[in-house]
Design a protein around this ligand. Structure first.
Ligand code: SF4
Length: 447
């Protein structure tokens, strides 16, 4: 039987789709890319913005239009938040929320079982995640032969005023240290050189586990596994990066020198209306501490919301100026999106889409300039690259600061090489990459 996955949203959603696909493949299902040829189509939805909701609905309707005979399953955050709305869409056979993804094989098989369903209503398997305390174990997701993603945390207890994720993902839950170790054994045996630890609120890792457990304990689970050269961390919350955590990370030689510290605004007055739990000054001080601990070459990437309700021109300017102060290596910009059920949705002085769009453009332009300034530092320098793939006679990979590099030579994927950077290239989609020549080909020691 052929299954097709369509995934919207964040890295955690992609991870979960990959892990579900692996469960189905292990159960003998064939995983294909074409929904029109599938017997089962599974759409992993997102609800981070109104646009994400709309795209989730559109993707479900399109999947049904493309193949009315296929079984259609909706899962993920939009399905969790709006199960009734989703179940009423044409062709839906089952609605799975944010939990029960590990039961995907059983759920798919039940849709083909002889026992006819009493009525034609879709199966609704949506639990109340707000009272969910068990971390749902799914195995690591592999990307090529070089990088693997491992979800170690789920849920969020923060309730930032603009965000619907806590309502879709529920309370914080952590993967057990034993389970992380088991995954590390498998990934090391399979020769993965880079592991990315992800979660919805990664810095909350361990807070629900007994005893004083935090992200450093999760990292210790990788000790002794020589094949795993790099460990990269997913999105981190600034106000939870304590001196103890910073020191622990700095003492771990495999930690990549790139941190995604979600900022959202460079204006302290906006941050307080967002209830982010930190000020612009505290965020800046944290960046300074990290640069002292990891060196000036540290890459800090971030997310910023453009046009939060009530944001004045002056507050917007503060964010633009703040971006310069920090010197981000990459910035993801999101125009503010009203989310029903959130506090910000009811705030006065909502900006128009045109105003939000205008401000987003300014932030994107600033972000691009900072990204190029960051990459400029590498010109004429040697960098260590973990090669991921070969494209048109060249090799593509990443530095540990997450700079994408094109090496004008063919190198075996999953190999660490030294290369000297000659220039920066802008690809048609606007992505910036370093162009480099191979210095030497050897498995270099851990950086
Ligand atoms: S920390 Fe805030 S923005 Fe992030 S998932 Fe939690 S509530 Fe949403």
């Amino acid at each position: 039987m052929r299954c097709c996955f369509i995934t919207l949203g964040c890295r955690v959603n992609q991870y979960e789709s990959d892990a579900m696909a692996e469960l189905l493949a292990d159960a003998g299902f064939e995983i294909i890319d074409n929904p029109a040829a599938a017997d089962v189509c599974i759409v992993n939805t997102c609800t981070v913005t109104n646009i994400a909701d709309r795209k989730s609905r559109q993707m479900l309707s399109k999947a049904h239009r493309l193949n009315e005979s296929a079984k259609l399953i909706a899962c993920g955050c939009f399905a969790q938040r709006s199960p009734k709305q989703v179940s009423e869409l044409p062709g839906i056979d089952a609605v799975i929320g944010s939990s029960d993804k590990s039961r995907i094989v059983e759920i798919v098989k039940s849709l083909f079982s002889e026992t006819e369903r009493i009525d034609d209503e879709p199966e609704l398997l949506v639990r109340d995640v707000m009272h969910e305390h068990e971390f749902e174990e799914l195995s690591a997701a592999r990307e090529g032969r070089t990088r693997a993603y491992l979800k170690i945390q789920d849920g969020c207890n923060m309730f930032c005023t603009y965000c619907a994720i806590p309502f879709a993902r529920g309370a914080i839950r952590s993967r057990s240290l034993a389970s992380i170790r088991n995954e590390a054994v498998k990934l090391n045996a399979e020769g993965y050189a880079e592991v990315v630890l992800t979660g919805i609120h990664l810095m909350s890792y361990g807070r629900d586990l007994s005893g004083e457990v935090n992200i450093l304990d999760a990292l210790d689970c990788f000790d002794g596994f020589e094949n795993i050269k790099r460990i990269r961390l997913g999105s981190l919350e600034p106000h939870m990066m304590t001196d103890e955590i910073i020191e622990g990370l700095a003492n771990n030689a495999r930690i990549c020198k790139q941190f995604h510290l979600s900022l959202q605004s460079g204006s302290t007055t906006v941050l307080s209306r967002m209830r982010r739990g930190y000020t612009a000054e505290e965020y800046y001080a944290l960046c300074e501490k990290l640069r002292i601990a990891f060196g000036e070459e540290l890459a800090i990437t971030t997310d910023i919301i453009a046009g939060f309700p009530g944001e004045t021109r002056e507050e917007h300017e503060q964010t633009l100026e703040f971006m310069n102060c920090v010197g981000f290596s990459k910035v993801h910009i999101f125009p503010y999106s009203r989310r029903s059920g959130t506090i910000a949705d009811k705030m006065p002085n909502q900006l128009t889409n045109a105003e939000k769009g205008e401000r987003a453009k300014e932030l994107i332009t600033r972000g691009k300039r900072l990204e190029r300034e960051f990459l400029n530092r590498y010109i004429g320098k040697n960098v260590t690259v973990l090669v991921e793939d070969n494209e048109e006679g060249c090799s593509v990979g990443c530095t540990d600061t997450y700079a994408r590099v094109i090496i004008v030579d063919r190198v075996q994927p999953n190999t660490m090489v030294s290369a000297s950077v000659e220039s920066i290239e802008e690809l048609p989609d606007g992505e910036l990459r370093l162009m480099a020549r191979l210095n030497q080909l050897q498995s270099l020691p851990v950086e």
